[in-house]
Write a protein that binds this ligand. Structure first.
Ligand code: FAD
Length: 497
């Protein structure tokens, strides 16, 4: 195990991609699961708090320590097995999503819920229930996790297989590898009917594995996982469409989402059924044009779609899409189309360049990222989107908007130029999140709550439900040693003692 006590050697571990900063005196880098488990047992015995750090591409401070020791999963980076017959991949928690995709591509497969940031680890993805562009069709990480190996805060180990440990109503019994039983009464509270990763995921008769997915590393440390993999289609149709008017782009998305629902309901392979529907507003396109001068000028917005095609259905599907393009006034001469994996990766890189550029701006100016991760129900989307755009316009701040609009999920990023603007941006950000809550949406569809959105979780779930979440956390971690400060505001724990 590598141990670092000279902070100058691990300064990079003290902030995340949103430039949220923290502090720690000690970094441990275990090289095997056994080393990690022994370390956690020792820390638990010493009542020493510890924070799990993976690739720190997180955006809510959840991997950033506030004085606790740090444990990095970076050396747990082995791909253990690709099982083609079973359509699974088994990996250690520190493996990068990019490495998973490269290994799978060689076998003709892919891992579906890859977030825009492929330099993130699979452990981080599972801990945050990350999603990506393809989640429009395939769902978030949760849908793809079959097995997890977990170390609980006291060092006991759990191996969970989907379907093998299911709650009876709200009663859940976990049996650790050493044979200890943990009997839990799961809390009851409603979750929003939108893409969501805010708060602990609990449901009647739930699978135990789902409790750990999206728990932001607060209930246990993931050391390994078995994931579903999907065969690469005969062809992927990937295209960026440019719209002279924003209204047409939004109408196009609405129609594509409606058509997708029909195709899915009828299980129709010849119907429109994209795996991705991503959106970029005119500000975002102007912002990106520094890196991409080939973006046409004077646009209302752009939409990136991806659809898998089979040899039999390719022609009919392409003509379906083409008629939709014409109907919504897409400038067909200017479409960016990917015809192979290299081109597909270029479009994905374009999508990645936007948040990357925003993060770079924020870090350079020493602010903290102020970007929304809100989602609302599809029926409310248009109204909500125009409202938050107008609210932001009225602040006078520069901002860019992009996101997973197929899932009614918006990343509106404000770009403050000075401290005063930063405070205005923060206030507007909170107001947007409060509005999302009012619409029965979520304050976090994919990034998590971490340390920066805890106050918003209170608004979303209310004090009694937050107390239930705190009790759930304490049933795993009574001394609050693992990932302290994540998800639940500290005063909630204080109010319980
Ligand atoms: C440019 C950019 C684009 C992004 N796009 C997306 C996107 O499209 N979708 C999306 O969902 N997110 C996105 N993100 C956010 C980020 O990539 C995800 O949250 C990702 O899942 C974090 O992974 P990580 O390895 O960097 O984890 P970290 O940031 O290091 O950690 C995140 C959380 O997971 C916990 N954790 C990490 N590993 C483990 C483990 N083994 N066991 C238990 N807990 C663990 C940490 O303690 C922390 O709470 C983006 C970020 C950037 C910078």
């Amino acid at each position: 195990m590598i141990i670092k006590t000279n902070k100058d050697e691990f300064l990079d571990y003290l902030h995340d991609a949103a430039n949220i900063r923290g502090d720690s005196e000690q970094l441990y880098i275990p090289e095997t699961g056994t080393e990690l488990s022994q370390l956690i047992r020792k820390l638990y015995a010493d009542k020493t708090a510890f924070t799990i750090s993976a690739k720190r591409t997180g955006l809510v401070g959840s991997a950033v320590p506030q004085g606790s020791v740090l444990i990095s999963t970076e050396k747990l980076n082995r791909i253990k097995k690709i099982d083609i017959a079973e359509k699974t991949i088994s990996v250690e928690a520190g493996v990068l999503v990019a490495d998973i995709q490269t290994a799978l591509f060689a076998e003709g497969f892919f891992y579906a819920p890859d977030p825009t940031e492929e330099n993130s680890s699979i452990g981080g993805n599972i801990a945050t229930n990350a999603s990506g562009a393809k989640s429009f069709k395939y769902g978030a990480t949760r849908n793809h996790v079959l097995e997890l190996e977990i170390i609980l805060p006291d060092g006991e180990e759990l191996h969970l297989k989907r379907g093998m440990c299911v709650a009876e109503g709200y009663k859940l019994r976990l049996t650790t590898s050493s044979g200890q039983n943990r009997n839990l009464i799961l809390p009851e509270y409603p979750l929003p009917y939108v893409k969501n990763t805010a708060g602990y995921y609990v449901k009647k008769n739930m699978d135990a594995i789902d409790l750990f997915i999206g728990s932001e590393g607060t209930l246990g440390v993931i050391t390994a996982a078995k994931l579903k993999i999907i065969p690469i289609a005969y062809h992927n149709f990937s295209a960026v469409l440019f719209f002279p008017k924003e209204e047409d782009g939004l109408e196009f998305i609405k129609k594509a989402v409606e058509k997708t629902a029909v195709s899915r309901e009828n299980n129709d392979p010849r119907g429109i059924n994209p795996r991705a529907i991503e959106y970029f507003d005119s500000n975002a396109l102007k912002y990106a044009s520094g890196d991409y001068p080939n973006i046409p000028s004077g646009l209302g917005c752009a939409v990136w779609i991806e659809q898998e095609l089979s040899a039999e259905d390719e022609d009919i599907l392409l003509s379906e899409w083409y008629s939709l393009f014409l109907k919504f006034k897409v400038d067909v001469d200017k479409i960016w189309v990917a015809t192979d994996r290299t081109e597909e990766k270029k479009i994905a890189a374009f999508r990645h360049s936007l948040p990357a550029r925003v993060n770079e701006y924020i870090a350079k100016n020493n602010f903290r990222k102020i970007g929304t991760d809100v989602a609302v129900e599809t029926k409310d989307f248009r109204k909500f989107y125009f409202k938050i755009k107008e609210m932001t316009r009225q602040t006078g701040l520069d901002f860019v908007t992009y996101g997973h609009f197929g899932d009614s999920h918006i990343h509106l990023n404000m770009l403050p130029k000075n401290e005063r603007e930063f405070e205005v941006a923060r206030a507007n950000y909170d107001a947007i999140c409060r509005l999302a809550i009012k619409y029965n949406g979520t304050v976090s569809a994919e990034h998590g709550i971490g340390k920066t959105k805890r106050h918003l979780l209170l608004g979303m779930f209310g004090l009694p439900n937050l107390k239930k979440m705190a009790l759930l956390k304490m049933s795993f971690d009574p001394h609050l040693l693992l990932n302290p400060g994540n998800i639940i505001p500290p005063e909630i724990f204080e109010s319980l003692s």
